[in-house]
Design a protein around this ligand. Structure first.
Ligand code: ADP
Ligand code: MG
Ligand code: MG
Length: 482
């Protein structure tokens, strides 16, 4: 095992301020480890929230998370293929208790299938997130993301930053880093671009120069993370991309023959619509934006993801999969069932099933063991511990079904680190969430490509419940394995 000093690297404050921080700022600005600041000014960028040191992770946990990724990809692809009608019946039910968002997604899907969804290919760019549970010393899944997964680009950058600092001797002054022989770098920047390229390749373009349309948010701070994928698409695959917000799409695109999606100005065909927006209610400002979502769903472009794949990422679906009868609908092999379930913690519904009644009891009797989650993405939406009972009491019991009650995973404070946010830095104990990326290209009955696509480590102060980087709680980090 390791000395305390290994887990708690320390270095003189003077060295940090006078020398190491300027090195980090300059490397980050030179290489694009950047983000727009919280007050979003397009002309001013700053370093993305990041750690000074990589964080140590047990090799075994890291490898296990990677090892199970293709099984997760396949599981969610099979759910989304919906051959058993399970997802659609669960989504229809969930839509009732969450009309504001799940209901809208579901409604848009129903409209799309009525019009007819001609493009059968769909692309999932996924990220499965884990914390390492302290007592079991095992990875436990926080959630499975099926839409707008971010930080595939910046994860590579932060690994490269730490590798640079290590290789060039900048950490030499720090005590306790003698084990930093090798800082691995995530290849998510190229693997996610590769996923998009596989979809473009399989798309039967009539023009031969089909592009990828990135659907993005207005005022997106995490632009550079996305642009890394765009640059890799062009550099490594010769594929061009466009960026548009929901409100620009009706103006700038049109449908051609067979509902092919075309860029108006150039007549270029769009092979893949890649959503980096559309995962939160605020992404749809008006009904017109929902019409645009429908228009894209019924266009012949491949969606990354389509609405069913997005719906499969609902926290309710994650809860249901912890009930083995549902998991077994999609996974037949005992060893894979075992692999997947070993990453689960208990998740309860708050409905009228017996498990739901158990959930309701636990929410009031021992809320300190739980987090309550709505069907939302992007961080900042959960209710924690003692806040759960009063929150549930404040809403109508009819709405409880829109939430799941999840056991809190208790990670170890991995180490002390220094988190840089803008021009400030903070020295604290951190905990880290490991994300594993994957991509999968499939249609209603066939899976064409299923790949692991790199990793992400995000760290946060132990004092904060949530770890969203853009939401302002966490930062991007890299790993050293032991
Ligand atoms: P979102 O889709 O908004 O990212 P998450 O399920 O990832 O929702 O929850 C947000 C954050 O809340 C996580 O990144 C993690 O920090 C914390 N969290 C969520 N579930 C758990 C859990 N079971 N145990 C401990 N922390 C959790
Ligand atoms: Mg999420
Ligand atoms: Mg999350």
């Amino acid at each position: 095992m390791f000395s305390e000093s290994f887990r708690y690297p320390s270095l003189p404050d003077e060295y940090l301020k006078e020398y190491l921080l300027p090195e980090i700022y300059q490397w980050s600005l030179s290489n694009g480890l950047i983000m727009y600041p919280p007050d979003f000014k397009p002309e001013s960028t700053s370093i993305a929230p990041t750690t000074v040191f990589p964080t140590t992770l047990p090799k075994e946990s890291f490898n296990k998370a990677i090892d199970v990724q293709k099984d997760y990809n396949e599981l969610y692809a099979k759910i989304s293929q919906d051959q058993l009608g399970w997802l659609t019946s669960e989504a229809a039910e969930l839509a009732k208790s969450d009309p504001d968002f799940t209901g809208k997604l579901w409604d848009t899907y129903l409209k799309a299938s009525k019009i007819g969804i001609k493009q059968k290919l769909r692309l999932g760019l996924f990220r499965s997130d884990y914390l390492i549970d302290k007592s079991a010393n095992e990875i436990k899944q926080v959630e499975f993301n099926t839409v707008s997964v971010s930080f595939g680009g910046l994860s590579t950058k932060v690994g490269e930053l730490h590798q640079f600092l290590n290789q060039s001797g900048k950490y030499d002054v720090a005590k306790g880093l003698e084990y930093y022989k090798y800082v691995p770098v995530s290849d998510s920047d190229v693997k996610l671009a590769e996923g998009l390229a596989k979809a473009v390749d399989r798309y039967d373009s009539i023009s031969g120069n089909a592009c990828v349309l990135f659907v993005v948010q207005n005022g997106e701070r995490n632009v550079f993370d996305q642009r890394i994928l765009e640059y890799n698409l062009l550099k490594l695959h010769g594929i061009k991309s466009k960026r548009m917000t929901f409100d620009e799409i009706p103006e700038l695109t049109k449908l051609g023959e067979d509902n092919r999606l075309l860029i108006k100005a150039t007549n270029e065909e769009v092979a893949v619509v890649y959503f980096r927006s559309g995962y939160a209610p605020t992404d749809f400002k008006t009904d017109k934006d929902w019409d645009t979502r429908l228009y894209l769903e019924t266009s012949y472009a491949i969606k990354a993801p389509d609405l069913l794949t997005q719906l499969s990422g609902a926290k309710k679906i994650q809860q249901l999969l912890t009930e083995e009868i549902y998991l077994r609908k999609f996974v037949k092999e005992d060893d894979i069932v075992k692999k997947l379930t070993s990453t689960f913690v208990n998740i309860y519904p708050l409905d009228n099933t017996s498990l739901g009644n158990e959930g309701k009891r636990l929410a009031f009797e021992s809320p300190e063991k739980f987090v309550l989650k709505p069907q939302r993405e992007g961080g900042g939406n959960n209710i924690y511990k003692e806040d759960i009972p009063k929150f549930l009491n404040s809403i109508d019991e009819g709405e409880w079904n829109a939430y799941v009650l999840m056991e809190l995973i208790k990670p170890e404070e991995t180490m002390h680190n220094i988190i840089i946010r803008g021009d400030e830095y903070f020295k604290e104990a951190i905990i880290s969430e490991l994300g594993i990326f994957g991509y999968i290209l499939f249609d209603d009955d066939t899976i064409y490509n299923n790949e692991y696509a790199g990793w992400l480590l995000r760290s946060k102060f132990n004092s904060s419940n949530e770890g969203g980087v853009a939401a302002g709680f966490g930062c991007v980090d890299s790993v050293v394995l032991y």
